[in-house]
Design a protein around this ligand. Sequence first.
Ligand code: PGA
Length: 255
Amino acid sequence: MRTKIVAGNWKMNKTFEEADTLIYDILDLLEERGKPEEVDVIICPPFIYLELAGDITEDSPVFVGAQNVSEYESGAYTGEISAPMLRSMHIDFAIIGHSERRKYFSETDDELLAKAKTALKHDIAPIFCCGELLEEREAGKHFKIVKQQLEQTIFKLDAEDFARVIIAYEPVWAIGTGVNATSEQAQEMHFYIRELVWQKYGAEVAAEITILYGGSCNAKNAKELFSMPDVDGGLIGGASLKAEEFVQIILAAGE
Ligand code: PGA
């Protein structure tokens, strides 16, 4: 069975004290309610809190991920954080290709592929985001766009590397808007992505690859979204900033 995952993308939120409190609150609630064994939990705080998060979660079942990673391994790239640096901090995951990075920081498909390759080389699993804009969905182009996004990036990886990637389908119109994709919309896209993976990498890889849904996923809609056969959990933004709600989403993934 493929792994179910609930990952929290904190984006650029929380001060040091708030981050500290949130992590302890998540751990306390998970201990109290019991983390579902089949669900992996990942928190992705801003870079400067990775050490804190790593220390607090050390003896817990919660993993820590980064929100980005450089495509370069070292050198004169002011302000960047490399995969070897993350590895040296025991970080196991990095979000790559989030639509906010594509939009506000002009990250291109070539850069995203380079980031995925560098991360994998240093044993960091990419949580690779894809998803269409509202106008693309309204024009009926959503399948075509997602296919292109995958073909121009992670579908260029060899099978061994690709099998270590986690895909996150995040329709851009659903991110931070309060308008989530319906469970049917999520399922049909996840099924489509799994079919593309099957065509490219074969049945075994397609059956095992984890495909997360992201975009206004919250404690109210998580259960229904996660009940879809090809939705293997979620990448959660706003709702991962509140311990109670985030833990409810984790529990929903285990139901
Ligand atoms: P949201 O963000 O849950 O706040 O919509 C999801 C994401 O951007 O990963």
